[in-house]
Every structure is written in structure tokens, then in C-alpha cells.
Ligand binder design. Structure first.
Ligand SMILES: Nc1ncnc2c1ncn2[C@@H]1O[C@H](COP(=O)(O)OS(=O)(=O)O)[C@@H](OP(=O)(O)O)[C@H]1O
Length: 138
């Protein structure tokens, strides 16, 4: 299934081609005119090894979606949370007003602090979660 998933992703990317607004175009330090960094309106919260990277990359193909380049660990790691919401926002890519910003940090799903902190930021935020259908042991 992972191999098929990767092949599907490559096919979708090639089909979307120049019409894709992949976030790498918006992650530069120089702000493109008309863009700003937005706090995510959607956060993929888990689960670890649930295909969260694949989901994020699929969503990133959509021209109205931009995604954070790395797992941010803002709501689950105290040392990041104390840095404040502006620190968090500055890790997001530049986006236009019609675009949705998404980050994914699977650690949020198992963090006791993350739900309350996310709710404090935005009580109506969308929180997609991917689940594994079988137990995977490492
Ligand atoms: N569609 C689909 N079906 C089944 N499995 C899939 C699918 N997409 C991704 N994967 C596998 O998911 C693993 C990575 O998941 P995550 O991106 O959530 O990993 S992480 O927690 O962020 O590290 C990773 O597995 P491992 O390679 O065993 O780590 C991917 O191969």
C-alpha cells in the first residue's frame, strides 16, 4: 500500500503540474506581495505512523492549501509553547487570503496539553486524524 500511495502521489503531482501551488513556493524568507503568514486553520494531529506525511503532501497539491515544512511541536512541547503564538505563526509559509494553512504534528494526539492549548487558540479549528487499521509493532 505505501508503494502504491507513493506512485499515486507522483501521478497526481505530474497531472497538477504548473497549476500546483506547492508550499515550497511560499516558504521563502522574502514575502511575496500580497501574502502573509497565517496561523493554521487546520492541524493534522496524528497518529504517528498513520500516514500523516502522505496526507499532508496530498493536501499540499491543492492550490488553495499551503503547509508547514516541518513538524512544529508547538502545542505538545512546553519549550516551544512558551515562545508564543507569533513564534508559531512565523514557522508557517506565506499564503494568500484565499489559502488555508495546515501543519501536521502527530505528537499532538498523545499530548495531554495539546487539546486545551489548541482549543484556546481556535475553538472551531479542523483537526484531521489518520488512524492505522492494524497494530504495527517496532
Ligand atoms: N496509504 C497508506 N497506507 C498504508 N501506509 C501508509 C500509507 N501512506 C503512508 N503510509 C506509511 O505510513 C508511515 C508514515 O506515517 P507518518 O507520515 O504518519 O509518519 S510519522 O509518524 O510522521 O513519522 C510510513 O510507514 P513506514 O515506512 O513503515 O514508517 C508509510 O509508508
Amino acid at each position: 500500500a505505501p508503494v502504491e500511495n507513493g506512485a499515486l502521489l507522483e501521478t497526481l503531482k505530474s497531472q497538477v503540474g504548473l497549476f500546483s501551488n506547492k508550499s515550497e513556493h511560499y516558504s521563502a524568507q522574502v514575502r511575496p506581495p500580497g501574502t502573509s503568514r497565517q496561523i493554521p486553520q487546520t492541524i493534522i494531529i496524528g497518529v504517528r505512523k498513520g500516514g500523516t506525511r502522505a496526507l499532508l503532501e496530498m493536501l499540499d497539491i491543492h492550490p488553495n492549501i499551503v503547509v508547514a515544512a516541518t513538524e512544529v511541536h508547538f502545542f505538545d512541547w512546553d519549550e516551544n509553547y512558551v515562545k508564543g503564538i507569533d513564534w508559531y505563526r512565523n514557522l508557517m509559509p506565506f499564503s494568500y487570503g484565499n489559502q488555508i494553512t495546515i501543519e501536521k504534528t502527530p505528537g499532538y494526539f498523545t499530548s495531554p496539553q495539546a487539546p486545551g492549548r489548541i482549543h484556546d487558540m481556535n475553538s472551531s479549528i479542523k483537526l484531521p486524524v489518520g488512524l492505522q487499521s492494524v497494530c504495527r509493532c517496532y
